[in-house]
Design a binder for this molecule. Structure first.
Ligand code: PLP
Length: 451
């Protein structure tokens, strides 16, 4: 299931990996020493770990947001070009400040932000952009919309992130950019990816759609490459239904992004380049602006809870939280991701494990069912005129043949994650329920084949 399909009720549970430092400083017994209220599995008639308790609601709603929307409605300023001091320009300034970037251009979605960056860099027909197969379709939509070729590189199966070696293998004479994705809101191996980009003279667009406020090597994600993109779709940790933002420090490049996203019309009022109309509207910014004040505190809380969870699960061989790269200081904890290692659960398939944990009152998700390399767009574009005209038949055939990402397939099979935006704002007792439910099922793994 994709997050776009989620209803509010489905954001029931979550948690996540955590700040390395916080994990290291949290002292809790490892899995083997913990005696989670074992007992009989709820799915087999036992008492569930968690009963009749709710999780913190998501999206975050408060009176300030409601007031801001009412104020915008009454003002009649509904479109960003009506006022230089409206909610969108104000949000852009505040978001840039919060992220430590010089400039921000707000858009209607993360996908729109990515596409805007691709166009602003002059990437189009005949060009290739290397990205991840394990991501939201919006990542490649931003490349395809420019009629460039998304080339998918395989993953590090422990971090669910692009493997830099695989990225380097996929570079061709047509490659113009790398679009690394910070999956689950945790940093990918950006140090190595930036080095590869420098070596081959490639642009980098950070897909930080899931990674609000995450920090890596002393900087916020989205500010390391010249361009970083965010999503404010409902499920994200800063949200307005549909919305997006581009941040960057290069004034000229960010000005190009503004022009592209404004149907090719610049701040000087001239229609200069090819561009869609991707402007954020004033209502979306009215929902976002009041969230910024508390965003850092909610981020801190998620990281603290994630550290607790990771410490509780440490040492449990069947459940392995997302691997974090050196330099990771914190993550958005939009998702708390784990790998289910069935060889440590008597080879019981993941579906049974998820059902048993759900019966304990904790809902985990398999997340992305198939990597993008297994979706029909691959066959579609090799038969599409625009691609047939701009790439040689040999290149398209090679592109099709190389669409194999076995590590991504492994990640899709093993993933068990929590939607974390709301639930990781819970109490430590809530976190204990999550860990207890998982560990109880682990303790009872010999009973899982009976369900
Ligand atoms: C990694 C990633 N990239 C891109 C997107 C696209 O963002 P949006 O849904 O706002 O268009 C998403 C959305 O979930 C995402 O998770």
């Amino acid at each position: 299931m994709k997050e776009h399909d989620l209803t509010r009720r489905q954001f029931i549970v979550a948690a996540s990996a955590s700040s390395l430092a916080a994990v290291a400083s949290t002292t809790l017994p490892a899995c083997a020493d913990v005696t989670p209220k074992a007992g009989k599995l709820a799915i087999l008639g036992g008492e569930p770990i968690r009963k009749n308790k709710s999780w913190p609601d998501w999206p975050h709603i408060d009176d300030q947001i409601v007031d801001a929307v009412v104020k915008t409605t009454k003002s009649g300023i509904w479109c960003r070009i009506q006022s230089a001091t409206g909610t969108v320009p104000t949000f852009e300034k505040e978001y840039a400040k919060l992220m430590g970037a010089r400039f921000c251009v707000a858009t209607g979605s993360g996908t729109q932000s990515l596409h805007t960056c691709v166009e602003a860099l002059g990437i189009g027909a005949g060009d290739e952009v290397i990205t991840s197969p394990y991501t939201d379709p919006g990542t490649i939509a931003g490349i395809l919309s420019a009629r460039a070729l998304p080339v998918l590189a395989d993953l590090d199966p422990a971090s669910y992130q692009l493997d830099p070696d695989e990225v380097e293998k996929r570079i061709t004479e047509n490659t113009r950019a790398i679009m690394p994705v910070h999956m689950m809101g945790q940093p990918c191996h950006l140090e190595r990816i930036m080095a590869i980009a420098r070596k081959h003279n490639l642009a980098v667009i950070e897909d930080a759609a899931q990674a609000h406020l995450s920090e890596y090597q002393g900087k916020k994600l989205g500010t390391i490459a010249p361009l970083g993109c965010f999503s404010f779709q409902t499920s994200k940790t800063i949200a307005c239904g549909e919305g997006g933002a581009i941040i960057g420090d290069d004034e000229e490049l960010m000005d190009k992004c503004y022009t592209v996203h404004n149907h090719g019309t610049s701040r000087r009022g001239r229609t200069e380049v090819i561009g869609p109309k991707y402007r954020m509207n004033e209502f979306e910014a009215a929902v976002l602006l009041p969230q910024l004040a508390g965003a850092q505190e909610r981020f801190r809380r998620r990281n603290e809870n994630a550290a607790y969870l990771t410490a509780r699960l440490k040492g449990c061989p069947g459940i392995v939280p997302q691997k974090l790269y050196p330099g990771t200081a914190s993550g958005s904890f939009y998702l708390y991701a784990m790998s289910y290692k069935k060889e440590h659960f008597n080879n019981v398939d993941r579906g049974r494990f998820l059902k048993a944990v759900a019966a304990e009152g904790v809902s985990l998700s398999p997340y992305i069912e198939r990597g993008l390399h297994r979706e029909p767009w691959v066959d579609h574009i090799v038969k599409t005129k625009a691609y047939q005209k701009t790439f040689s038949a040999r290149r398209l055939q090679q592109f099709r043949e190389e669409m194999s990402c076995p590590k991504c397939d492994q990640v899709c099979e093993e993933m068990a994650m929590l939607w974390a935006s709301g639930p990781l704002l819970g109490t430590q007792a809530d976190m204990a329920d999550i860990a207890d439910a998982i560990l109880k099922v682990y303790e009872n793994r010999d009973k899982l084949s009976a369900i």
